[in-house]
Design a protein around this ligand. Structure first.
Ligand SMILES: [Fe+2]
Length: 496
């Protein structure tokens, strides 16, 4: 036996904590699997690639614990062609990933907090690139709101590098939720904590269909806080500003990057797209809470009023599973409800209307992306429904879904796809049946965790009748780490 093999040095081990255990455990496998097993038939129109990002820690945490959203970016790609499916998974080669791979251990401490990093990580970009797979101007990006986009090769998933849109991106950060305008082809995006650390400044960007930032404006929020998502209608941009506060003094003391402070108001900023930030209007909510994700924003003229509707999931609590409540009042997350906030842009009123779009709690909202910025009839999201099966054990990012839901607002009808015992679907992504198919005529793609089998499936549902069950189940021979947001890119755009 070699001298090295008899060493008493402790081997690499992840701590025995919820985020490193069982179905949540790091996967860390970079795989190529060709011709996955398929139950049913993949519709031939689904010719392209589904990409999505996950947070899959490469190494045990430097500080002995961590939060789910701080894992290293692993991108999953499932290529569909003529009824066949191939899988590719690759880590994003961020500067953080490369430095830690070279050191064979974690060098970065808590989420976005350089004061907790190993001294050898000083000056190295902490981007994890783990949140959203984003396709625009024929480029694929892995987005993380703390950093600039990471550009990936869409065919190989090889990392090309950090991207600043040919030098036109001012901020060190960039949202994981840009919105593509289906009429102009532009991407509307934003950045908060723009220097890469605490700041009240929020930048708004317009990215042309050929990938240049053609408009860049800055406004100041009432306090420095998380701004995860936003909403864009044909004529307005809207932000919900909520007190998931970033306090730099606390960060410097090694405390979490954010904390929930319900003593501060939740506010809404509405910015006309034409006039820009000089015409910004602020509204103070009569209640405190946090927008989790948005469905859409749209406008209508009714009874002489110019109404702007913001459709989003909203919860009265902060994101307590990731960041603490500084006042100690909120010990568990409250479920998000789908709310429609309505503003009359023709009036000078400082109030707005609030109503529930439907009563089912949920998250990971989706509409037909061709209908963003105008009224949508169909709403898709992840949820649980004990009429079909029991709730699953709490995961490290909250309760796992057991169902995908579809709400048809015209019919006022809620439909469910139940994924089966011990199965957890993730974000549903809508793909239209054809370019000019009516709204909602297409498929939903969702990764489903088969928790007892330690595997993942890609489930394809007919979006017009999800309650009938999958048209195809694509079976992975391994688990794909639970993740966040995906996208679909048709083969014609990939050059296959
Ligand atoms: Fe998100």
């Amino acid at each position: 036996m070699s001298k090295q093999a008899t060493s008493t040095t402790t081997g690499l081990q992840f701590p025995d904590l919820l985020i490193y255990r069982g179905y949540a455990a790091p996967v860390r496998i970079e795989a190529d699997v060709y011709d996955l097993e398929v139950v049913g038939h993949i519709p031939p129109e689904l010719n392209g690639a589904y990409y999505r990002c996950s947070a899959d820690p490469q190494y045990p945490p430097l500080l002995g614990k961590d939060i789910f959203i701080n894992g290293d970016g692993m991108t999953h790609m499932i290529r569909l062609e003529n009824g066949h499916a191939d899988l590719k998974t690759r880590y994003v080669r961020t500067e953080k990933f490369k430095a830690e791979r070279a050191a064979r251990r974690a060098l970065f401490g808590s989420y976005r907090n350089s004061f907790t990093d190993d001294p050898s990580a000083a000056g190295i970009d902490n981007n994890t690139a783990n949140t959203t797979a984003f396709w625009h101007h024929n480029q694929l990006y892995a987005l993380k709101e703390s950093s600039r986009p990471m550009r990936l090769d869409p065919l190989t998933l090889e990392t090309i590098g950090s991207w600043n849109f040919h030098g036109t991106l001012k901020s060190k950060t960039f949202t994981a939720h840009p919105k593509i305008d289906p009429v102009t082809g532009e991407a509307i995006a934003f950045a908060y904590n723009t220097p890469g650390y605490s700041s009240k400044d929020i930048d708004i960007y317009v990215i042309s269909p050929d990938g240049l930032i053609t408009s860049s404006e800055t406004f100041e929020a009432p306090y420095s806080s998380m701004a995860h998502d936003f909403m864009v209608s044909r004529n307005y941009i809207a932000f919900t500003i909520y007190p998931m506060v970033n306090d730099w003094e606390r960060v410097k003391n090694g405390e979490p990057y954010f904390h929930w402070d319900s003593s501060l108001p939740t506010m809404v900023a509405i910015i006309p797209r034409k006039e820009g930030v000089k015409a910004i209007r602020w509204y103070t909510c009569p209640f405190t809470g946090m927008e989790t994700h948005s469905f859409n924003a749209w406008e209508e003229e009714r009874d002489g009023n110019k109404l702007l509707h913001l459709d989003h999931f909203f919860t009265a609590s902060g994101w307590i599973s990731q960041f603490p409540d500084i006042r100690g009042e909120c010990t568990q997350e409250l479920p998000p409800h789908a709310e429609r906030w309505t503003f009359d842009m023709a009036s000078t009123s400082e109030s707005f209307g609030v109503k529930r779009i439907f009563n089912q709690i949920g998250e990971m909202p989706m509409v037909d992306p061709r209908y963003l910025m105008q009224r949508t009839r169909h709403f898709y999201f992840g949820t649980s429904n004990v009429d079909f099966g029991p709730m699953l054990d709490m995961g490290p990012k909250g309760p796992p879904f057991t169902c995908i839901a579809h709400f048809d607002e015209v019919q006022q009808k809620m439909s469910f796809y139940y994924a089966g015992p011990d199965s957890a679907p993730e974000e549903p992504y809508f793909v239209p049946r054809s370019k000019d198919a009516p709204e909602g005529d297409g498929w939903l793609l969702t990764l489903v965790g088969r928790r007892s089998e330690n595997r993942t499936d890609l489930v394809i549902l007919d979006a017009t009748c999800i309650e009938k069950g999958p048209v195809a189940i694509i079976k992975m021979p391994c688990r794909l780490h639970e993740g966040f947001h995906g996208t679909w890119v048709p083969a014609a755009q990939l050059g296959f």
